[in-house]
Write a protein that binds this ligand. Structure first.
Ligand SMILES: [Zn+2]
Length: 340
């Protein structure tokens, strides 16, 4: 039987409310102040308290919805553990705030914890190497300030990332409400992203590693300009292939669905198409910024431009490592890529 991607339900819980999506798993949706305007979180009840997967972003509106859930849903029990799939601010932004209230333990992979601590501390601001990188990939001097704005405010999206954590490792198991969940680490979207799979329930908490409608953002970051995150993403997704055919996927954005392998296939096709667009554009030498206009011809806001250039460089680096693009630096210091 050919599998398709099927949403599990038409119902979407409103912020501050919940919906039991799978036995014992409460689906909560919180707002985000971006074009991607929501995130899904998951709550599982135990005898002494609740286990929460991901926290929502640090803003007043999310805190207000959380207060409603604290009062109306948790039956007076604390959130004892917060498991963060990764350290992007929509996933861990309120981790410190929830910990302050309940003494909640944080469970996260080590690289994600380090990344979250770094960004939340404001360490990305005013870094000269960041501007040098932008100039090298073809950003105009006059545009630098626009890109800076994105980094300069990143720390505000975090309340705090807790100082202590319990490490999630690839292949390790976490017991939640008497059931065993296996940690499956995925790369490419973030540093060391943890998915959680429960064989007994045949449920995968997928974080941002597998999303039904949009593709996870795969970006080269200025702090690691030689990385190859697209290869990391496609390679590490192979680990998800062995899960049962009709595993229920609980993604951080859009709605729960079945059809995991179809979605993984779509990612391969999607990125191969995007790689072809880049190769066809690079019949003459182009900078990263110039290539990004082929991949993203639409008008983008600042937020969109930041993601577009990161995604573009991810495709360029993939092709460069495959030997299909070669890079040369011009006298103006800008790196340009041409079909090898
Ligand atoms: Zn993310």
């Amino acid at each position: 039987m050919t599998q398709t991607i099927e949403p599990l339900t038409d119902y979407i819980p409103k912020p501050g409310e919940y919906y039991e999506i799978s036995p014992g798993i409460l689906w909560i949706r919180m707002p985000l102040p971006f074009r991607l305007n929501h995130i899904n979180l998951w709550l599982i009840e135990e005898v002494d308290g609740w286990v929460l997967i991901d926290s929502g972003i640090n803003d007043d509106s999310t805190k207000a919805y959380w207060e409603r859930i604290f009062n109306n849903v948790l039956k007076g029990k604390p959130i004892t553990r917060l498991i963060c799939t990764h350290a992007h601010p929509d996933h861990i932004g309120l981790g410190g705030w929830i910990q302050e209230k309940y003494g909640t333990k944080l469970l996260i992979t080590r690289e994600e914890w380090l990344f979250g601590r770094m960004v939340a501390a404001g360490n990305m601001k005013g870094e000269k190497s960041y501007y040098d990188y932008l100039l090298r990939i073809g950003c105009k001097q006059s545009e630098l300030k626009d890109y800076e704005a994105h980094i300069a405010t990143a720390d505000q999206l975090y309340y705090d990332v807790p100082f202590q954590f319990e490490r999630l490792r690839d292949g390790s198991e976490v017991k939640i409400a008497g059931k065993s969940w296996k940690v499956i680490v995925g790369l490419g979207h973030s540093q060391e992203h943890a998915c959680l799979y429960c064989p007994e329930l045949e449920v995968l908490i997928a974080g941002d590693q597998v999303l039904p409608k949009i593709t996870p953002t795969i970006m080269v970051q200025a702090y690691e300009p030689q990385e190859n995150p697209l290869l990391d993403f496609l390679e590490s997704n192979k680990k998800l292939r062995g899960l049962p055919e009709f595993v229920v996927v609980l993604p951080s954005h859009n709605v729960p669905f079945t059809g995991l392998n179809v979605r993984l296939d779509q990612y391969i096709i999607h990125h191969m198409e995007r790689l072809n667009v880049v190769l066809e554009a690079c019949v003459k030498p182009l900078s990263g910024m110039e290539v990004s206009r082929f991949l993203f011809p639409q008008d983008l806001d600042l937020h969109g431009k930041f993601f577009a250039i990161g995604e573009t460089m991810a495709h360029i680096k993939y092709l460069e490592y495959e030997g299909k693009l070669s890079c040369s630096s011009d006298r103006d210091g800008v790196e340009r890529y041409i079909k090898a």
